[in-house]
Design a protein around this ligand. Structure first.
Ligand code: MN
Length: 408
């Protein structure tokens, strides 16, 4: 039985007002062909199906159109919710999808047995059991027991996640002692390499999860949330598949991939990494105006989709003329066949004195993370450093509640 592990599709993702939809559609075409050619039996998607809790109609269509293509291939599908997904939205079509060999676990289940999916082969024999653990929200993790034992919230979250996986492992070793077990997860593991496009989970990522929580009962752990493909804690069998497309400029040189594993004679074979073709390039050019102009003029990308470019111009002294020239540069390539300048930022090394401005030259609020804006406000209001730490923690906690509410 062949199993394919992917995650973090982020359908509906927009980068500086440009939808990353076309590359995702090309990825889905490629995925369908791969499932056919590799004869994949089971597809696992470990969370962050959508980028937003309330995706646009067109993005919901993209999702359902893909599901209908998967149904025609007769591949079994298991989808779990991520921190970006709304539990209710994913779960709504559950009963219909179940009839079509698609299991969706949008949020943590009260009865852990409901997170266990038995996957049978064509002969009807049980080949593998999947512990389809979605992103665990604060409210799923906080039991009175755990809260009473841990004064520290970070510890309480860690313990909650650990308990969830340990309890499922216990059920598995009792119910399925001879069957390979795959665990899914959408979490922030300790020691991973992040990019700019993951949103914080659990108090600003302070509650990172140690991979030792994954009991030996789990033969493979299919993770989502981190967008760079990577193994966790040097284990070949605990992996982030990564996102199939670059979701931020920080991923511009990343090679995107997914993972294929096989269940053979009751064992999981070593994971095979399949590189995903790049459909669009993201590029960043920086330097003084002349350098950037030159780099842009020489830039000849060759991908199926128009490349996205970010430019960062740095000049010594402020000049309105520089700003005008940067604007002109952006408009010049507006209709280029090969690329479009998505974002241009201009900074001047010598700043005017006594600027109490909240933002730097060329810096825009929409490019900043919420926490960055909060930090800027604290600096501007001259809040003492020791108070800043406490305020920041409180703010992150509020943000997390807001994000989770949005994901309900
Ligand atoms: Mn994600």
């Amino acid at each position: 039985m062949k199993i394919l592990h992917t995650a973090d599709w982020h359908i509906g993702k927009v980068l500086h007002k440009y939808a990353l939809r076309d590359e995702l559609l090309l990825f889905f075409d490629w995925l369908i062909e791969l499932i056919k050619s590799e004869q994949v039996d089971l597809l696992l998607v470990s969370g962050d199906i959508f980028d937003l809790a309330n995706p646009a109609v067109v993005d919901r269509q993209v999702y359902y159109q893909l599901l209908s293509r998967l149904i025609k291939l007769n591949v079994e599908v298991i989808i779990t919710g991520g921190n970006h997904d709304a539990v209710g939205l994913l779960n709504a079509p559950q009963t219909v999808l179940n009839e079509l060999k698609i299991t969706v676990i949008g949020g943590a289940e009260e009865d852990l047995n409901n997170e266990l999916i038995e996957v049978k082969n064509a002969q009807g024999q049980l080949e593998v059991v999947v512990a389809a653990v979605p992103f665990l929200r604060d409210k799923d993790l906080r039991s009175r027991d755990i809260d009473a034992q841990h004064a520290n919230r970070t510890e309480a979250i860690r313990e909650g996640v650990k308990k969830h996986y340990a309890d499922i492992a216990d059920i598995c070793s009792e119910k399925y002692p001879e069957v390979p077990i795959i665990a899914m997860g959408h979490l922030y593991a300790k020691g991973v390499t992040t990019s700019d496009s993951e949103r914080d989970i659990h108090i600003g990522n302070a509650a990172s999860i140690d991979s030792s929580i994954f009991s030996d009962v789990y033969d493979y752990v299919a993770l989502g949330h981190i967008h760079r493909p990577q193994i966790v804690d040097k284990s070949d069998y605990i992996r982030y598949s990564g996102s199939p497309i670059a979701l931020s400029f920080s991923e511009k040189t990343d090679k995107k991939s997914l993972v294929i594993i096989e269940v053979s004679k009751g064992k999981i074979t070593p994971p095979q990494i399949i590189e995903i073709p790049k459909f669009r390039s993201l590029s960043k050019f920086s330097g003084d105006l002349e350098t950037v102009k030159k780099k842009i003029a020489e830039f000849k990308p060759d991908y199926p989709l128009k490349s996205f470019v970010e430019i960062e111009v740095t000049e010594q002294t402020f000049s309105a003329l520089t700003l005008q020239e940067v604007d002109a540069l952006v408009s010049k390539y507006q209709d280029s066949e090969q690329f479009i300048i998505l974002k241009a930022r201009t900074t001047f090394a010598e700043k005017a004195e006594n600027t109490a401005a909240l933002f730097e030259e060329g810096e825009h609020i929409e490019d900043l993370q919420t926490i960055d804006v909060f930090e800027k406000m604290m600096v501007q209001q001259v809040i003492p450093i020791e108070e800043q730490t406490i305020l920041k923690e409180a703010f992150l906690e509020i943000m997390e509640l807001v994000n989770q509410e949005a994901g309900e």
